[in-house]
Design a protein around this ligand. Structure first.
Ligand SMILES: *Cc1c(COP(=O)(O)O)cnc(C)c1O
Length: 227
């Protein structure tokens, strides 16, 4: 896989989607999902100007973060969070996109180092009610958002979702639209959310059509995962 070429082609597709769906140019951030990728693959993406990377597993991420600490990278935690991992997550990441529990939020808030700015967080929402998917129900979001809003070392930026794969464009749009409405509703209730993290390799254009401000793409950049 030619990472440089893939990144260029994805950026072009993002720009085309921004134009087609009347989104502002450069309003969508590309987060490279780099789980299972090694430091040299990540470096190759960095050399093409990629700055945001998402990691799912803390133990796998830490050596990469250390190896790349002199690069100007913004690390996003996008995996399931165990409570015994919160301290290292709070110390090493700029974003946590997968918050689903008050207890985890509280720990991240308490463990975020004083010398770092507030940790940017998104609440992960399960839009389809699939039991196998992570994320909380739409009707549970307001209550968690209110609790996070009271935590000074967390900055609630928005919502994140991972809808099921293998659906057509229109169906994807319908699911992503639910997240858009949920964010609108929170902002109507006084929140100031600016982030909708939705869309992956197979569905990011539908996500952009529905208001995504971040798309998280892995296999399209780096090739299919080896593990
Ligand atoms: C792996 C992953 C992605 C990227 O998935 P691809 O299909 O490889 O683009 C996005 N979001 C999350 C949370 C992931 O774990």
């Amino acid at each position: 896989m030619d990472i440089a070429q893939q990144l260029q082609s994805i950026r072009k597709r993002i720009a085309n989607a921004e134009k087609k769906y009347h989104r502002k140019l450069d309003s969508v951030i590309l987060v490279a999902a780099s789980k299972c990728r090694n430091v040299s693959e990540i470096k190759e993406a960095i050399s093409c100007g990629q700055r945001h990377f998402g990691e799912n597993y803390l133990q796998e991420a830490l050596p990469k973060i250390t190896a790349l600490q002199n690069e100007n990278i913004c690390w996003h935690f996008i995996g399931a969070i165990q409570s015994n991992k919160t301290k290292l997550i709070a110390e090493n990441f700029s974003w946590v996109q997968t918050l689903t529990r008050e207890k985890i939020a509280q720990r991240l808030n308490n463990q975020r180092p004083d010398n770092l700015p507030a940790l940017n967080v998104c609440i992960e929402v399960n839009l389809t009610g699939e039991a196998t998917k992570s994320g909380i129900r739409g009707d549970e979001v307001l209550s968690l958002a209110q609790k996070i809003a009271a935590m000074p070392k967390l900055k609630l930026r928005g919502l994140m979702a991972i809808p099921p794969p293998l659906e057509d464009f229109a169906h994807h749009c319908k699911i992503f639209h639910k997240l858009f409405l949920l964010k609108q509703d929170l902002n109507d209730k006084g929140f100031d959310l600016d982030t909708l993290s939705m869309g992956m390799s197979d569905d990011f254009e539908a996500a952009i059509a529905e208001g995504a401000t971040m798309v998280r793409i892995g296999s399209l950049i780096f090739g299919s995962r080896r593990s």
